[in-house]
Structures are given as structure tokens and as C-alpha cells.
Write a protein that binds this ligand. Structure first.
Ligand code: MLT
Length: 404
């Protein structure tokens, strides 16, 4: 008789954004006359840019012609894309990353969930609190997190690194020794950015203690300040201790198209084993590559025209971030993020819990956000709004909040 992976049964509730979607669906059904403004999940609203659309059309035409048709993509990604990424995202920033250290995938979410497969079952993970839920949930599924305490919201075997107003939402080095450290900067959900000197401390710590850092840089395109690193490989020694995950979703609007990549440098070895080779082996066995047409669309993001179009897209969302951030501030809210990030992280008013504020905002203003406590206990009393809406919706949401 078969048995199931009982680790799944340890997971509390459903995935955060599925829970929110269900709540909003129930509200919409009960209130069909009310219009909802969705600033919850970080999903983009602006169409794909011209260079991307042109590249997609061209690639589709190639697929319609026997002379240029492509079957299976190389499972690590097409060389044309990997080489372009290495040049533009890394070498241009002084980071020594080669094309054969880049693994193209169908998105950062899958990579950040799957990467834990490379590590021993009894590895200890350290995560920021609050944190993007995928890092913890994927380790729960792998049986690495111990038991869940519904009272505190903590897993017994996870090391939590509090991100609070006091530390500017940038965690301090952990008190206990982890094996795997998850960092995400610019941060989801708090919108905080890390300075290069601060990130170097993490790299030094990992090198000294034999830890690996999984660095999620999905929001890199939103960095606007000069001393904020775009890649962990800007730090000395990071090639020996860090994996970096990137996305085309938030910069180029590929949430529906799906494209991302992970960098596993050749210098990252453990007991003589190359993590790069292990990840390549995994890709070879479990993955058939992102679609050709999508990889061509990704390549188009790096032409001069493509880069300009991405700057424009990011600029569009950052205008929303400013509208929401400054607007809430002028209404008396305590607000963070929104400067190097498309996320605005606000303190709930009048001591409301995160979920109380979620219900209040949905019911009274028809605005959907994300409760901070959904990202971890230290998110309690906070709330996340995304800048990925339209200008009209961002302004309308602010007006509705002002009218409360
Ligand atoms: C979020 O809202 O936190 C993100 O959209 C989730 C994701 O990118 O998977």
C-alpha cells in the first residue's frame, strides 16, 4: 500500500496567496455590485513591451517553418540567452559570472522552491521573519523544518531572523548556526534594501562558517540607490558561498510568460562535490527547458530598445510606489519600502492585526492587500501593498483609503 509524504500534512492552511484569492472570491460573490482594487499579490498589470512582443512573434514564425523549427530546448537554457545574461546582468556590473553557471528556468518561484533539493535532509535553514513563504513551505515539504507551533507561528527546526522597524527590516546575523541562509533583497515583503557592506558581512559569515546563501534578487530592477548591490556576486567571495535567483516577471512583466534563471558558480563546492554540476544534473533529469519563444523574448530584454522599455515599465510601477507611499504617509500611516522596491509595507492603524486590517480594507474600501502576518510572525501588525497596479487603480485605492 502506498504512503504519502506526510510532511505536506504539516503545512498550515493553504498557500498565502491562494487563501487571499479565496477570501476575495467569497467577498465578490457576496457583494457583486462592489468593485475591487487588487493590490495584493505582486502580479503585473502592464502589457509586454514592444521589443518582447516582436521577439515573440518572430520566434513563433520560426516555429512554423521546418527550416527554423526547434524541438526540445537545451535543458540548461539556450546559449544565446545565457551569454546575454552573463554579459549584461553580471560582467557589466563587474561580477565574474560565466554563461555556463547560468541555468534558465520557467521562473524564480520554481527555482527558489526546488533549490533545497541539493542539500542534506537534516540541513538547518535560516530565514528572515517576515519572509516570502516559498522558502519555508518548500523545506516543510522536504521534512526539514520540524514541527509547527500554531500559537507562535514558528517551526521548531527553522532559525528565524527577525526583520523589524528597529533593524530597518534587514536581519542581523543569526545567533544559532544555520547551514542554508535564505536572503531576498530588495526584500519581499518589506521592500527593504541591503547596502553592499551589509551584504558583504553575510558573505563573510557564510564563508567563515561553511553556510550557503540562497540569494533571491527577483526585484533587482527596482533598485534606485547607488550603494545597493544588484547582485550578491558584487561581494568578494560570494562565488564560493552563494546561489542567486533572478526573474523576468517583475522587471519585464513575464508573470504570465514565465522565465527566470539561477546562478550556481563553479566555485561553490561541498566536500568535493560541485553544486553547479548537481543543479545541472537535476535540470537534465527533471526539466526540459523554458520554451524557445520565451527565451527569445528574454533575450530581447537585453537589446538597447529592450533595456529602455524595461526602464520605462519599472518607472511606471515606481510612480505607483511613490503615489501609494507618499499618499499613505500624508494620511498619517507609518510606511516603509517603495524606494528600491515595488512593495509598500505599512503599519496597520489603531493596533489592528494584519488580518483584521485586510478584512476592514476589503469590506470598507474594496481594496485587497496582503496581511503582513501571512509572511511570518514578525509581519503581524503590518500590511503589504503592491505597486504593480495601474496608475488609475493605485490612485483610486489611495482615495478610498483616505475616505475611510
Ligand atoms: C508576491 O506577491 O509575493 C509575489 O508575486 C509572489 C511571487 O512572485 O511568487
Amino acid at each position: 500500500m502506498y504512503r504519502i509524504n506526510t510532511n505536506y500534512q504539516k503545512l498550515p492552511g493553504s498557500y498565502l496567496f491562494s487563501t487571499i484569492a479565496k477570501k476575495v472570491a467569497a467577498y465578490t460573490e457576496a457583494n457583486p455590485d462592489k468593485t475591487i482594487i487588487r493590490l495584493g499579490i505582486g502580479d503585473v498589470t502592464q502589457p509586454l513591451t514592444d521589443p518582447v512582443i516582436k521577439a515573440l512573434h518572430k520566434a513563433v514564425d520560426e516555429m512554423a517553418d521546418g527550416a527554423t523549427f526547434r524541438g526540445y530546448a537545451p535543458d540548461l537554457g539556450y546559449a544565446f540567452l545565457r551569454e546575454t545574461i552573463a554579459e549584461n546582468d553580471f560582467k557589466a556590473r563587474g561580477c565574474n559570472i560565466e554563461a555556463d553557471e547560468i541555468f534558465v528556468s520557467d521562473g524564480a518561484k520554481c527555482d527558489s522552491g526546488n533549490i533545497q533539493e541539493l542539500f542534506a535532509a537534516d540541513s538547518r535553514i535560516a530565514v528572515c521573519d517576515p519572509v516570502y513563504p516559498v522558502y519555508v513551505d518548500s523545506n516543510v515539504m522536504a521534512g526539514r523544518t520540524g514541527s509547527y507551533d500554531p500559537e507562535t507561528g514558528y517551526w521548531s527546526d527553522v532559525i528565524y531572523m527577525p526583520c523589524t522597524e528597529e533593524n530597518g527590516f534587514v536581519a542581523s546575523l543569526p545567533n544559532e548556526m544555520p547551514d542554508i541562509i535564505y536572503l531576498c533583497f530588495p526584500n519581499n515583503p518589506t521592500g527593504a534594501a541591503i547596502k553592499k557592506a551589509q551584504l558583504q558581512e553575510w558573505v563573510d559569515y557564510a564563508l567563515k562558517n561553511g553556510c550557503v546563501i540562497i540569494y533571491d534578487a527577483a526585484y533587482e530592477a527596482y533598485i534606485s540607490e547607488a550603494d545597493v548591490p544588484h547582485s550578491i556576486y558584487e561581494c568578494e567571495g560570494a562565488r564560493e558561498c552563494a546561489i542567486e535567483i533572478r526573474s523576468f516577471s517583475k522587471n519585464a512583466g513575464f508573470t504570465g510568460l514565465r522565465l527566470g534563471y539561477t546562478v550556481v558558480p563553479k566555485d561553490l563546492t561541498c566536500g568535493g562535490a560541485s553544486l553547479r554540476d548537481m543543479w545541472a544534473r537535476r535540470h537534465g533529469t527533471k526539466y526540459n527547458g523554458a520554451p524557445y519563444i520565451v527565451q527569445r523574448a528574454g533575450e530581447a530584454c537585453y537589446t538597447e530598445e529592450g533595456k529602455a522599455s524595461i526602464r520605462e515599465l519599472v518607472g511606471y510601477y515606481m510612480e505607483n510606489a511613490k503615489t501609494i507611499h507618499d499618499g499613505l504617509k500624508s494620511l498619517g500611516y507609518t510606511v516603509y519600502g517603495g524606494v528600491n522596491s515595488p512593495y509598500i509595507w505599512l503599519k496597520t492603524p489603531d493596533g489592528m492585526s494584519s488580518w483584521e486590517f485586510f478584512d476592514y480594507l476589503l469590506d470598507k474600501a474594496g481594496v485587497v492587500g496582503t496581511p503582513g502576518s501571512g509572511f511570518g510572525p514578525n509581519g503581524e501588525g503590518f500590511f503589504r501593498l503592491t505597486a504593480f497596479g495601474t496608475h488609475e487603480n493605485s490612485e483610486a485605492a489611495l482615495k478610498r483609503i483616505a475616505d475611510l
